[in-house]
Structures are given as structure tokens and as C-alpha cells.
Design a protein around this ligand. Structure first.
Ligand code: HEC
Length: 376
């Protein structure tokens, strides 16, 4: 294949010589000019007539988008998806978002700057760039200043370009040919690359796993394990009774709740269920029943659970007539106080769960005692 000249490169001694050559040759307007310098030369962009790069605007936009993403992400996690009150602070405390906000802003901005410049604006990698075939490329990274003339349009007269470069003071001139396109990658090479990648991943994974297994806690990480702390279910010298886990202080109650007023069943029978008989309430009741009650009373509340024989005591058949007419308040009361072999659910269920259980029990009873009108 005949080699076709793609550009002519002239080498200059100093930035000043380069700048004046650019000015002279640009005035002729026959070529498109490209400068190659070992460091940024002030004035070269203006001399070449380059437009302002859009990179700064791209970085500003993507950085702002990063900040917005980080903010929305944290706002959504903390106030919508998993709102936990920490130390009485509002769930949406923007001050706590700042470190992540900063990091993500920098991340977006840095990736935009790096990848946008290399891939988008400079279209790299470019294996057919004429400079790749140049013998002076190394000098251009040290102390020479290059100016390449490429055809602006039409056929390229390399001889004329060469003469023009010498005329404006180039100390050496080189005709650059378009390098041959790189050979297509062989399937074998691809396979080797994939296998190598997989092997590297495996080595990294196993290496990490075994490093953590063999050296789980080296200082300073071990200090996290060794500092004095309370472990539930473990003894502790901190409290008088030697236990790590402590019962609540007697008389404490959750904020926003009145203490349970009833000591007797007669009092409880006058309490009204504060929750509406709504689908959501029944769902909550079913969940609590299946979790906490079905094991003894059976899934249908008929007192026939799978465990009853092993268990010994006789859980009440809540489908019997006595319980069909039992007030919600008394069911609630039983859950607060417990009864013989049945424990109290005063602390293991919430107020709403106890009241929604009363509703759900009604639904179970109605299902087992359906009336004619239920079928219509
Ligand atoms: C450990 C087994 C067990 C669990 C769990 C249990 N119960 Fe009971 N329950 C019993 C026994 C036993 C009785 C009978 C008590 C008695 O009459 O001596 C009973 C009685 C009752 C009564 C009748 C009380 C009365 O005044 O006669 C109601 C109502 C009741 N349970 C509701 C529930 C609900 C609702 C749950 C779930 C939160 C539940 N139970 C969980 C064992 C259990």
C-alpha cells in the first residue's frame, strides 16, 4: 500500500518561534494547524484560534448534579425510607450530609473532567493519529515545540507544506504518514485477557477473604473490639447485679402515651378500641397474631395449635361463645396482664398491635361463625 502523507511536522527551538510560525502560517489559511508542546504554552490557543473548551461548563454541570444526587439520596434514605431519630435530631439534618455531598460532588466532577477530556473531547484512544508514526515524538515531550500542518480540505501537497514550515523557521521537518490501523485482536488474546482478569479477581477475593480470616483484628482495628462496652446477654461488672442487660427503670413509659389505667377486667371492659376496623389495621393484627399468638392458640384461634400437646397447658379456644361476646377492652387487658400460662404482652407488643389484635380476632371469629348474609 502506498504511504499517504497525512501531515507535515516542523520542529521549533522555542515557544516564541512556534508562536510566530503559527501566526504566519495561519494567515495563509491553507492548512489546519496543530501544536505539540512539552508544556502548556501561553498564547498558543489564542494564536491557533481555538475556541474555549466546554470542559469547565461540563464539570460545573456534572458537579452540581453530583451534589444534588448526594443530597436527594441522603434525604430520601433518612426521611423517607429509613427515618431513625438519632439523639433527638431531626431526621432530615442536612449538616450531616455535607461529607458525602462533598465526596460525590468531587467524584462526579473528577470523572467528568478526566473521561470527558480524554474520551469525549480528545477522542482518545486514537491509534491512527499521524503523530504516532513520528520520529520526533520523544523530542516533543522534552524540549522541542512542534507544529503540524494538516490539509484543511482537498488534496495535500506535502512538499508545499514542508517548504512553508522551513520558510517560517522550522529547524527540522518531518512528513508524517497515517499509521496502519491496528491489527484486529485475536480470539486467543481476548480469551487470555478474560482468563487473566478472572484469575486476578479470584486472587483478590481469596486474598481479602483469607487476610481477614487469618488477621481479623490487628491494631488499631482491634481497639474497636477491645474497648469497654455493654454486650446484651453477657455479664458486666458495671452494674451491681453483674448483668449487661438491664430492665427498664420502674414506672418509665414511652413518650406520647398515657399509662394503662385499668387494674380490673370490669374497668377494661369499658375501654373502647381506638383503632378503626380498616384493612390496614386488620393486616397489622394478622401479622401480630401469626407471630405471637398462633403458636399457642392456633392460626384460627380455636385453641388447637400444633404445639398444644408438647406445651401442656390448655390455651383458650377463642372461637367459643364466651369469647365471641368478650369486649375488645378485655382482650386488650389480657394482653397487658397475661393469664396463667399466657405471658403478658405489655412490653413485647405495641399499643397499636394489641388493639389491632382485638380487631383481627373478631375477623377470625366471624370467619368461623359466618352468617347467611355473609354469603350474599
Ligand atoms: C404461651 C402460649 C400462649 C400465647 C403465645 C398466647 N396465649 Fe393467649 N392464652 C394462653 C392460655 C394457656 C390461655 C388460657 C388462660 C386461662 O384461662 O387460664 C390463654 C388465654 C387467652 C385469652 C382469654 C383470656 C381470658 O380472659 O380468658 C385471650 C383473649 C388470649 N389468650 C389472646 C391471646 C392473644 C391475642 C395472643 C397473642 C398476642 C395470645 N393469647 C398468645 C396461651 C397463650
Amino acid at each position: 500500500m502506498l504511504k499517504r502523507p497525512a501531515a507535515v511536522l516542523g520542529l521549533f527551538e522555542s515557544p516564541r518561534a512556534l508562536l510566530s510560525a503559527i501566526e504566519l502560517l495561519r494567515a495563509r489559511g491553507r492548512w489546519s494547524l496543530e501544536a505539540y508542546t512539552p508544556y502548556p504554552v501561553p498564547g498558543a490557543e489564542a494564536a491557533l484560534g481555538l475556541k474555549r473548551s466546554p470542559l469547565a461548563a461540563m464539570v460545573l454541570i456534572m458537579g452540581s448534579l453530583g451534589a444534588l444526587t448526594a443530597y436527594l439520596f441522603q434525604w430520601w434514605m433518612n426521611s423517607v425510607d429509613y427515618p431513625i431519630v438519632v439523639g433527638g435530631k431531626p431526621v432530615d439534618a442536612w449538616q450531616a450530609y455535607v461529607p458525602v455531598l462533598f465526596e460525590v460532588t468531587v467524584l462526579f466532577a473528577a470523572f467528568t473532567a478526566g473521561l470527558g477530556m480524554l474520551l469525549l473531547l480528545n477522542r482518545l484512544p486514537d491509534f491512527r493519529h499521524p503523530l504516532l508514526s513520528s520520529k520526533s515524538a520523544a523530542a516533543l515531550t522534552r524540549d522541542k515545540f512542534g507544529l503540524a500542518l494538516e490539509p484543511a480540505e482537498g488534496p495535500f501537497d506535502a512538499g508545499a507544506a514542508e517548504a512553508a514550515l522551513r520558510e517560517v523557521g522550522a529547524e527540522a521537518v518531518e512528513v508524517l504518514n497515517q499509521p496502519a490501523p491496528p491489527a484486529p485482536v485475536k480470539p486467543r488474546t481476548l480469551l487470555l485477557l478474560a482468563a487473566g482478569g478472572a484469575l486476578a479477581c479470584l486472587a483478590a477475593g481469596l486474598g481479602t477473604y483469607w487476610t481477614l480470616k487469618l488477621f481479623p483484628a490487628l491494631p488499631p482495628m482491634s481497639h474497636m473490639l477491645e474497648h469497654p462496652k455493654l454486650v446484651p446477654q453477657k455479664p458486666s461488672a458495671f452494674f451491681k447485679d453483674g448483668r449487661g442487660m438491664q430492665a427498664g427503670v420502674p414506672g418509665t413509659m414511652a413518650r406520647g402515651r398515657l399509662p394503662y389505667p385499668c387494674k380490673t377486667e370490669a374497668c377494661a371492659s369499658r375501654l373502647a378500641n381506638p383503632l378503626p376496623r380498616a384493612a390496614e389495621v386488620l393486616r397489622k393484627g394478622r401479622k401480630a397474631f401469626d407471630t405471637s399468638c398462633a403458636v399457642c392458640h392456633g392460626a384460627l384461634a380455636n385453641g388447637r395449635p400444633l404445639l398444644s400437646e408438647a406445651y401442656g397447658a390448655k390455651p383458650a379456644d377463642l372461637q367459643s361463645s364466651r369469647f365471641l361476646s368478650m369486649e375488645d377492652g378485655r382482650i386488650y387487658h389480657t394482653l397487658m396482664t397475661g393469664k396463667s400460662a399466657m405471658p403478658s404482652f405489655a412490653s413485647s407488643l405495641t399499643d397499636d398491635e394489641r388493639w389491632s389484635l382485638a380487631h383481627y380476632l373478631r375477623a377470625l371469629q366471624r370467619a368461623q361463625h359466618a352468617e347467611d348474609e355473609d354469603l350474599r
